[in-house]
Ligand binder design. Structure first.
Ligand SMILES: [Zn+2]
Length: 354
């Protein structure tokens, strides 16, 4: 899932659109569904989400010489399943005609319906280490959620807010299908989508093992939540995260910036063409957020929740509470690794500028 926390540098996509195979105006848009042809042989299927501030996740239907593949699978609600089936019907196929679905990362709006597809005979693929991470996050025992509850308490989240966060996360898990078997793909390996050759690239940050697919022939980037056009991906630090998720994200953004990509197909928002321009905006956003984090720590010792509420004064749901604290902790960890802030043990733990 991504945060609805807006980037500091939003710019309408339309200013930069065009220059690829088609523009917004001549996209084939059926009056019956919202499915769009967004690149040669690639349709966007918008799938509704019951999440405040984040109403749609895009699944991409890819037609190749030997069949059909899908990238990302939506959160599993009745409305979402209807939208997916309608989108496939718009292309003249059903779920059973899909050969493979590639899931970019473990978040519920990407993985939710993968089990339904699996039971219809579709092969489910993910970046290999993300499979184990998904099993931990969606375990029926809620161990990862409980560990986060304790971790947030240590970082100053009030108990009632923390409990709301926990319940909202557990409820989200009810909309993620069980999966029997997911095939692992390693960094750099080929992923064939119905006869179209793509390659997996590990893009950590939004999740530890988030991955994108690159189709070199047409210059397409199936970006998942790595590079989004209007909002910024939530970069959060959790108890079981890699050491420095924001450091991972900044490093990986810089590496994808100059790939030979003509069109970015993001999981939220409209497809766009200027990858380097958007990466620069995201890097500037996090540079500004890092300075804002240092300013929010100020001259005192403060716990991370207090710092988070200075940066994000308005939070409208338990999910946004979680994103705000995890995002603030990711920025604090990054600054800690640069020796610009220091964590002081205590209950709650506090942070000070070095
Ligand atoms: Zn996500």
């Amino acid at each position: 899932m991504i945060s609805a926390l807006r980037g500091l540098h939003p710019r309408p996509l339309d200013e930069r659109a065009g220059g690829f195979h088609c523009t917004e105006r001549d996209l084939s848009r059926s009056p019956h569904t919202l499915t769009e042809l967004v690149a040669p042989g690639v349709r966007r299927i918008p799938i509704p989400l019951p999440i405040r501030g984040l109403s749609i996740v895009n699944a991409y239907l890819v037609e190749g010489a030997h069949g059909w593949g899908l990238v990302d699978a939506g959160l599993h609600t009745g409305e979402a399943e209807q939208a997916l089936r309608a989108g496939l019907a718009d292309a003249g196929i059903g779920i059973e005609d899909l050969k493979r679905v590639f899931v970019t990362h473990l978040h519920p709006d990407h993985m939710g319906m993968a089990g339904t597809l699996e039971r219809a005979g579709v092969e489910v693929l993910m970046h290999t280490p993300e499979i184990g991470a998904a099993q931990r996050v969606w375990s029926k025992g809620h161990e990862a959620i409980d560990a986060t509850y304790d971790w947030f308490e240590r970082h100053g989240m009030p108990r009632d807010v923390d409990e709301g966060m926990r319940q909202a996360w557990i409820a989200m898990g009810d909309r993620v299908d069980d999966l029997d078997h997911v095939a692992g793909v390693d960094d750099g390996d080929a992923v064939d989508l119905g006869g179209r050759a793509t390659r997996l690239r590990w893009t950590p940050g939004h999740t530890d093992y988030h991955a994108v697919l690159i189709e070199e022939r047409d210059g397409l980037l199936f970006a998942g939540d790595h590079v989004l056009p209007r909002i910024t991906s939530n970069i959060g630090l959790y108890p079981s995260s890699r050491d420095d998720p924001l450091g991972d994200f900044i490093g990986t953004l810089a590496r994808v910036r100059d790939l030979p990509v003509k069109r970015v197909l993001p999981a939220h928002g409209d497809p766009f063409d200027d990858l380097a321009g958007r990466v620069d905006e995201l890097l500037a956003h996090h540079a500004a957020r890092l300075e804002a984090t240092i300013a929010a720590v100020g001259t005192a010792e403060r716990d991370a929740y207090t710092i988070a509420r200075k940066i994000f004064p308005v939070l409208r749901s338990p999910h946004e509470e979680r994103f705000a604290l995890a995002e603030t902790l990711a920025h604090l960890r990054y600054l800690e690794r640069k020796v610009r802030v220091r964590e002081v043990d205590g209950s709650p733990a506090r942070w000070r500028v070095t």
